[in-house]
Design a protein around this ligand. Structure first.
Ligand SMILES: [Cu+2]
Length: 254
């Protein structure tokens, strides 16, 4: 993820706009307060990150923006899912980041814990730069560690809105993929040559370093045929997300 200085750089323009009595267009207003999603929709969205056959056994965490994530549905398989709204390594609090993801048991006690702590620290009022520094410090002092065995995170849902290819800007798109834990592995290690602007270069495994070496993942995109099936099977959810908030519509560029 790229570090963004959006919050700081936009503070003055937003002030100037509001003084002039003109409301900024939604695309350019950076709201930092998160609104809770309807629980049913958030649950379905979170579980959409898993293949259908694995959903019944998964735990689901929902976000109370004022407090953090809470366990809404007990699981039995060790898998746990949520809709991530705060990306600590972005150092930017937006209210329009939404991506569902699930972790296996070792990922839940490590990476997912970091995601949940980030939401709680945001709720407690820590600013985004301080959040990033705090999470990194916890990795540095080994409070947080990468999982001690291999595993994966499922992100095979039909809709995600966060920084994505081709330009690491925020887009709403279907990009179903799997993320295998690969702490400290680099693209050079596996001979991969990903270029975010060239989709074909992302069709085979590459490393995405998400904030630090510990949070490096080997990404495997889901193929076009399977992706088309996911989009068809999840049409109801796709429509419900779009009806809920226009930034979540797949056919609109925001
Ligand atoms: Cu991912």
């Amino acid at each position: 993820m790229l570090t963004s200085t959006r919050v700081i750089t936009l503070a003055l323009p937003i002030l100037a706009i509001s003084l002039a009595g003109i409301s900024a267009s939604p695309a350019h207003t950076i709201e930092t307060t998160i609104e809770a999603m309807p629980a049913g929709l958030e649950t379905e969205f979170a579980l959409s990150a898993l293949p259908p056959a694995l959903r019944d056994g998964a735990a689901v965490y929902l976000l109370d923006p004022a407090a953090g994530y809470y366990l809404a549905q007990q699981g039995s398989s060790g898998l746990a899912c949520l809709v991530e709204r705060t990306v600590w390594e972005m150092a930017d609090y937006r209210n329009d980041i939404y991506f569902p993801l699930c972790y296996d048991a070792v990922g839940t006690s490590t990476y997912l814990q970091v995601i949940m702590d980030a939401a709680k620290l945001r709720a407690e009022g820590l600013d985004p730069a301080a959040l990033k520094a705090k999470i990194q410090a916890r990795y540095d002092d080994k409070t947080y560690r990468a999982p001690d065995k291999a595993g994966l995170s499922y992100m095979v849902g039909p809709v995600m809105r966060t920084e994505t290819p081709p330009d690491r800007k925020v887009h709403t798109m279907p990009m179903p993929h799997l993320m295998f834990y690969a702490p400290s592995v680099t693209n050079a290690d596996i001979g991969a040559l990903p270029d975010l602007a060239i989709p074909a270069s992302l069709a085979f495994p590459f490393i995405d370093r998400q904030g630090n070496a510990e949070q490096s993942y080997m990404i495997q995109m889901i193929g076009e045929t399977e992706k088309a099936k996911i989009l068809a099977d999840e049409k109801e959810l796709i429509d419900a997300l779009c009806a809920y908030r226009d930034v979540l519509c797949l056919d609109m560029e925001h």
